[in-house]
Design a protein around this ligand. Structure first.
Ligand SMILES: [Zn+2]
Length: 601
């Protein structure tokens, strides 16, 4: 793809004006919001009048309501995406915050109506339901409709569920917000390079990869002390969150805490077990890497605060333009479509990457469904890890692009497959960077970045999963005190890191936001799933070359309309309920360990 090398200067500031001109003062956006509110009111009124279908002819009424719901959803997403972009590009844009709360209100009201719609639909008799599914106006939505029905059937009555929903605002979500409030109020006093500072928790966490071992150890001890000081508050919060969940599960007659997260991720228990078993089987290879790292740091064994320690400092930097060219060049080796799509994203200023103050930290990709465009947000300062992040976000945008021909209700993929395209894209670039590294130091630093990631996903996430599973078991019998939570966590970490660690991080359960997210429980294993799933796709792509792209895109298109077991069978010909499948991805990462061991011999 020589054409990609043509000199071109890409803008590193995005163009939002083509979507709605004028930022948070946009009158076009104002009109859009007003229109959206009207659509939502009409939809809610129609749902109130809607009655459970009794005959096949009702299919047209259902299809019309779905069409209305789809329109509200698309307009809502368009609005949400715009405000996310406004908030991220300038954290002080107060007008954007006001717009955000308007959207939240519309969204909550829509969700209530939409849930009622699903409940009413689910109440229809079996034969009517089956006939509706086969009707030509609804057959395209077969999978999601079945999912709605299954979900509604395994829940309590419409009134009871509505009651749970309203009680959960203060009795459940409120505890999640309490966590944020406590963490937000924390100050971490720390002396860095002779200067006394008051750090936020986020700033303190950033020091975990500091090159000075004393700083790393010091901040770890200081943080652990800060979590300890408030551990009773965190323990209470965690116990109430868990208690609420278990109570709801019991009332619904669910006996398994993994039922909800597995259902949400459209996967089976067998698949999850196979994944963890395969990982556990190969942990010793990663222990070798951790042991070597300890040796390089002059230690017998690693302590928790050494895990993120840098071994070398990566020196390679790339301008935004060079980074863009690097990405396009390597994408082209895997697929012409991914490359040409990304080239358009650069040309049309879909990316906000400028390094300037006032921007939100982190990166994301969001899609404007009505404009059929995406936007990528990040802060690009020239490191190779910035290049990888940019590729990652382009992967998300490419996923949205492949889903364009699908019905909007068939585009709602779950968390475990959400990171497939992004991880794939990131892997293409990260691998290329290791191969093209000009010095041994550079190669080592890039390789280590990859390995840190594998260890995080195979070991750290595993410890979170073990902790959460065991916490729920004990919570069933009553409150689990902080001292016991520390024990469960320490044991989980020793086990998940297969004995590679000396000092562990007992209050990790207090420090990690993920345990307090109320939206979805077990906010951990889908990360590992997504990583390994895309690794095995990457392994196939390496075998098959550019010819693989069509198959890859077909897989992405199906990510929201079937369970993951079926997805893998249809597009990869793989049975993911078996360990062998997962081992293929793990082995790719084991090759990185081998290379690392050789380089550091
Ligand atoms: Zn991502």
């Amino acid at each position: 793809m020589e054409v990609l090398y043509v000199a071109h200067t890409y803008a590193d500031v995005w163009d939002l004006d083509v979507i709605f001109p004028g930022g948070s003062e946009s009158s076009e956006f104002r009109n859009h919001l007003d229109e959206l509110k009207k659509m939502n009111v009409t939809f809610s009124a129609k749902i109130k009048k809607f009655e459970t279908p009794k005959k096949i002819e009702d299919a047209n009424v259902v299809a019309d309501l779905i069409e209305d719901a789809k329109n509200v959803m698309m307009n809502l997403r368009q609005a949400g995406a715009f405000v996310s972009c406004l908030e991220a590009q300038n954290m002080k844009d107060r007008k954007a915050n006001v717009l955000r709360s308007e959207i939240t209100t519309v969204s909550a009201s829509f969700t209530t109506a939409f849930n009622a719609f699903q409940q009413k639909l689910a109440a229809s008799a079996e034969d009517v339901w089956n006939a509706l599914l086969e009707h030509n106006v609804l057959s395209e939505l077969h999978f999601v409709l079945q999912e709605w029905r299954k979900k509604a059937k395994s829940r309590l009555s419409e009134q009871e569920e509505a009651l749970i929903e309203s009680l959960s605002i203060d009795g459940y979500h409120g505890w999640g917000q309490m966590y944020d409030t406590i963490v937000g109020s924390m100050n971490i006093p720390f002396e860095l390079e002779g200067e006394k500072k008051n750090l936020s928790v986020g700033q303190a966490n950033n020091l975990s990869s500091h090159s000075n071992p004393e700083v790393r150890k010091g901040i770890f001890k200081t943080l652990e002390g800060a979590w300890e000081e408030k551990e009773e508050l965190f323990a209470k919060t965690l116990n109430h969150l868990g208690g609420f969940r278990l109570n709801v599960y019991e009332k619904r007659g669910w006996d398994h805490v993994l039922k909800e997260p597995l259902e949400y991720n459209r996967m089976q228990q067998e698949t999850l077990d196979a994944m963890w078993n395969a990982i556990t089987k190969h942990k010793q290879t990663f222990v070798k890497y951790l042991d070597r790292k300890a040796k390089l740091l002059g230690k017998e064994k690693l302590d928790w605060y050494d895990l993120d320690a840098p071994l070398t400092s990566s020196s390679t930097t790339m301008s935004f333009n060079d980074g863009a060219q690097f990405i396009l060049k390597h994408f082209a080796k895997f697929g012409p479509k991914m490359a040409s799509f990304s080239k358009k994203a650069f040309e049309n200023a879909w990316i906000e990457a400028e390094d300037r103050p006032g921007k939100r930290p982190g990166g994301f990709c969001t899609t404007f469904p009505l404009s059929e465009q995406s936007r990528i947000f990040m802060t690009y300062s020239g490191s190779m890890s910035n290049v990888a992040t940019l590729a990652h976000e382009l992967g998300h945008a490419f996923h949205s692009y492949t889903l364009r021909p699908m019905h909007p209700l068939n585009r709602n993929y779950a968390m475990n497959v959400a990171e497939t395209a992004s991880t794939f894209a990131e892997m293409v670039v990260a691998d290329a960077a290791v191969k093209e590294a000009t010095t041994e130091q550079e190669k080592l630093s890039l390789l280590e970045e990859k390995l840190q990631r594998s260890v995080a996903l195979f070991m750290n996430i595993h410890s979170r999963f073990l902790f959460e599973t065991r916490f729920y078991e004990e919570r069933k019998n009553g409150i689990v005190p902080a001292s016991r939570l520390n024990e469960i966590m320490s044991d989980a970490q020793r086990e998940a890191y297969a004995g590679a660690l000396n000092e562990v991080h007992p209050r990790f359960w207090a420090s990690k936001l993920h345990f307090y997210i109320t939206g979805v429980p077990f906010y951990n294993f889908p990360y590992t799933f997504g990583y390994l799933f895309s690794m095995s796709i990457y392994a196939k792509a390496l075998e098959e070359g550019t010819g693989y792209e069509e198959k890859y895109m077909a897989l992405l298109r199906d990510t929201a309309i079937m369970p993951v077991e079926e997805l893998a069978m249809k597009h990869l010909g793989e049975d993911i309920t078996k360990e062998v499948f997962w081992e293929k991805g793990i082995k790719l990462s084991m090759e990185d360990v081998e290379e690392f061991l050789q380089l550091t011999n």
